[in-house]
Design a protein around this ligand. Structure first.
Ligand SMILES: [Zn+2]
Ligand SMILES: [Zn+2]
Ligand SMILES: [Zn+2]
Length: 125
């Protein structure tokens, strides 16, 4: 079993060697930080926590611009969900349950920290 970086999708034999390397897609800037372990393990498909986009490859999901990124549409890349592998999924703000991530992140949250219905539900771990 291999491990992957949650920023760039690079895979390595084990977590220690992964986290020794500089990450070209680190959120602080290219190679400004080390790879970080993606804790979701190996999956059939990977899902973005902002827009619900699915991809069978972690690195291609992470390489795509996210139309629903919190910094603005396509101002950042997709971020892979690393919580449970099957539903129901719970919103971390309001606790409402959804069968799949795509419908969870696709609807407005009444208890969003930016104000009622000022943002979408966000999956809890
Ligand atoms: Zn990385
Ligand atoms: Zn996305
Ligand atoms: Zn919610």
């Amino acid at each position: 079993m291999s491990v992957c970086c949650k920023y760039c999708g690079m895979s390595a034999r084990d977590a220690r060697s992964l986290m020794n390397g500089w990450c070209p897609k680190h959120p602080d800037g290219s190679c400004k930080g080390k790879h970080a372990l993606y804790e979701g393990g190996e999956r059939d498909e990977y899902i973005c926590v902002y827009c619900g986009t699915k991809n069978r490859s972690l690195s291609s999901l992470l390489g795509g611009w996210c139309s629903k990124h919190p910094d603005g549409s396509c101002k950042g890349k997709h971020v892979a969900y690393d919580g449970r592998e099957s539903g129901p999924y719970e919103c971390k703000y309001c606790g409402r349950e959804f069968r799949d991530i795509a419908s969870l992140v696709g609807s407005w949250c009444p208890k969003h920290p930016n104000g009622p219905s000022r943002g979408k539900h966000s999956p809890a771990r």
